[in-house]
Design a protein around this ligand. Structure first.
Ligand code: F6P
Length: 343
């Protein structure tokens, strides 16, 4: 059996741990793996590399993906890119394709399954934790820890200067990262995409804290958060091949509003891609390894058109469907708990 592996979409810590686990399991079973480079772009342009246990055994703690990644959508150009992808897939004679990705990458896997019966098995990944099939996706825990460390550092300078800092996290559709990291740092306020920004309330909470003697403030905002009746703020008019805008700028807007209303020096800090970089946490390494092992078992049993899941704490499988590749927003019970500190 010849198994292809690809990582697509925004990278996240833990991708290499998955690759290691899949390669190990497939080789143990007497089969072999081949890496498809740079996500779906690699299948379109025939970019591959050998993948063996010898080469991948030490990569569990490595950030990024040794296979590279891209936001390539072959369905944008069916006559050229999709056709070339199909030719290469045939030529490579793959018996299975393990697709490690978020909603967009897995969405392409789903279409290839539906349109051409490709033998795909999906593995969910994202730092945003916005996939329905995973209570928690690998990459998320690491990102929460990165934001926590960054804000802990910001706290000392913010406090020293008696300022307010507004820290922007990733999180396009969901506030998981902002809410969890915000709770972990004891933020004075957390703003998420699911709940429109209530500026008067935010100002009121910050003012009350000042009056009560707290001489600095920390606000954590997800990039997808928006002011009431407005759309999320974008960096430019560009969209990626899946139609996603590039979000960014809400921290500056919120910081300006705070500075104007409270007459307190306020700074905006955008953490950006720092949140996706570096070594995965132990939790993410273990979760990624477990999902990789589960996906390998599906491959070896010929259970294609499936995706591995983490639901109610247990690893499982579910059919690759539109619903199962869809996004989920933050479970608002977490936000209610966080909001106990900014009522
Ligand atoms: O999809 C994950 C994510 O990290 C989002 O939170 C963010 O909006 C986006 O990727 C950034 O993508 P890129 O790496 O293409 O700038």
């Amino acid at each position: 059996m010849k198994v292809g592996l690809l990582t697509g979409g925004g990278d996240c810590p833990g991708l290499n741990a998955v690759i290691r686990a899949v390669v190990h399991q497939i080789e143990q079973a007497g089969s072999s793996c081949i890496g498809i480079l740079d996500g779906w772009r690699g299948l379109i342009h025939d970019l591959t590399c050998p993948l063996t246990t010898a080469e991948t055994d030490g990569i569990i703690g490595l950030g990024g993906s040794i296979l590279g990644s891209s936001r390539t959508n072959p369905y944008r150009n069916p006559e050229t890119e999709l056709a070339s992808l199909r030719e290469n897939f045939e030529r490579l004679q793959l018996d299975a394709l393990v697709v490690i990705g978020g909603d967009d990458t897995l969405g392409v896997a789903l279409r290839l399954r539906n349109d051409f019966q490709y033998p795909v098995v999906g593995i969910p990944k994202t730092i945003d934790n916005d996939l329905r099939v995973a209570d928690f996706s690998f990459g998320f825990d690491t990102a929460v820890n990165i934001v926590t460390e960054a804000v802990d550092r910001l706290r000392t300078t913010t406090e020293t200067h008696r300022r307010i800092v507004v820290v922007e996290t990733m999180g396009r559709h969901s506030g998981w990262l902002a809410c969890f990291a915000g709770m972990a740092v004891g933020a004075d306020y957390i703003l998420i995409p699911e709940v429109p920004v209530d500026l008067p309330h935010l100002l009121n909470v910050l003012s009350r804290r000042r009056t009560a003697g707290k001489r600095y403030g920390i606000v954590v905002v997800a990039e997808g958060a928006r002011l009431a009746d407005r759309r999320p703020i974008t960096l430019d008019d560009e969209t990626d091949p899946f139609g996603n805008p590039r979000l960014g700028g809400i921290a500056v807007t919120v910081a300006d509003e705070i500075a104007l209303a409270m007459k307190i020096e306020t700074r905006a800090v955008v953490l950006g891609h720092l949140q996706r970089g570096g070594s995965p946490s132990a939790y993410d390494r273990i979760l990624a390894t477990r999902l990789g092992l589960a996906a390998s078992r599906l491959v070896l049993r010929g259970r294609f058109g499936t995706i591995v899941t983490l639901i109610n704490g247990a690893i499982g499988e579910t059919p690759l469907t539109e619903l199962n590749t869809a996004n989920k927003t933050l479970d608002l019970s977490y936000y209610d708990e966080a909001a106990a500190f900014f009522q």
